[in-house]
Write a protein that binds this ligand. Structure first.
Ligand SMILES: Nc1ncnc2c1ncn2[C@@H]1O[C@H](COP(=O)(O)OP(=O)(O)OP(=O)(O)O)[C@@H](O)[C@H]1O
Length: 268
């Protein structure tokens, strides 16, 4: 059975004061190979917890995850992670960062060099491959992070706000790059974002989560990611369906935030 399957995933964190937080409740989700899903939701609805469980960093309190039919029991190179920032080796060169995974697996340079070279081309960093990470801009660093993840040839790429720290223009360019990499590599991708626009542009499936307990609220299937592979993302934003879906989701999240604030105020 190929693809990623989350079956009735629940996660409860026990707190030192004896209480607990139900971060996720009964999350069931199937992703076919090559699907790109963006995940949105108000703060605290369990997005990062969900990603950490799929990555194998956390074990769910209930439920199970399978990838291509085998159970996920911990971190593995088959599931790569791209963080918002800070996960690169600052003192190493771009090339050493990108080749880190294959080198750690003990592969000879002759085996990984061609692919690393190709990935440096794809993310547009060929001319910067000998530079150290600290010499690069934020956008370039995230391109290294994407290339480094791809060098491990994972089946699934998990992205936690990968573009969240970038300025608006760099972010737009990186959104196009994510779409290009998705189509070229055929990887399954789960991307968490706080930006409704980004979730619409990058998610051929878009999951809206709700908090307390964290759960799936609504799922959309959208045409914009496919359209964006060969088009200017700004043009896609002019599409009437884009605007109406954006309004609908913004309203949905607004209502959830209002409800959270109402509950918080009532508790005070
Ligand atoms: N290690 C932990 N111990 C206790 N509670 C936790 C832990 N990790 C997360 N939580 C709680 O679980 C809930 C979900 O957190 P999570 O970080 O997954 O949400 P999120 O949707 O990613 O939030 P944000 O958008 O703010 O990053 C929150 O109430 C959070 O406080």
């Amino acid at each position: 059975m190929s693809g990623l399957a989350l079956n009735n995933i629940s996660m409860r964190f026990d707190l030192p004061n004896g209480g607990s937080v139900q971060a996720l409740k009964d999350v069931t989700l199937n992703l076919a190979p090559g699907e790109l899903m963006s995940v949105l939701g108000p703060s605290g609805c369990g997005k990062t917890t969900l990603l950490n469980i799929v990555a194998g960093f956390l074990a769910p309190t209930e439920g199970e995850i399978t990838l291509n039919g085998h159970r996920v029991l911990g971190p593995d190179a088959e599931r790569g992670m791209v963080f918002q920032q800070g996960a690169l080796f600052e003192w190493m060169s771009v090339r050493d960062n990108v080749s880190f995974g294959p080198r750690m697996k003990g592969q000879r340079e002759s085996k990984w060099a061609g692919n690393v070279d190709h990935l440096l081309d794809v993310v547009g960093l060929q001319d910067f491959k000998e530079k150290a990470i600290y010499e690069l801009s934020g956008g370039m660093q995230q391109r290294v992070a994407l290339a480094r993840c791809l060098a491990n040839d994972p089946d699934v790429i998990l992205m936690d706000e990968p573009l969240g720290a970038l300025d608006a223009l760099t972010r737009e360019k990186m959104q196009s790059l994510v779409l290009k990499l998705w189509k070229e590599t055929g990887k399954t991708i789960i991307l968490i974002t706080h930006s409704v626009e980004e979730a619409l542009l990058l998610g051929e499936r878009l999951l809206v989560m709700a908090p307390r307990p964290g759960r799936i609220h609504k799922e959309y299937r959208l045409p914009f990611a496919d359209m964006g592979v060969n088009a200017d993302l700004r043009e896609i934003k002019k599409h009437p369906d884009y605007a109406s879906t954006r309004e609908e989701i913004l309203g949905m999240i607004w209502d959830m935030e209002e409800e959270i604030m109402g509950r918080t105020e009532a508790a005070q």
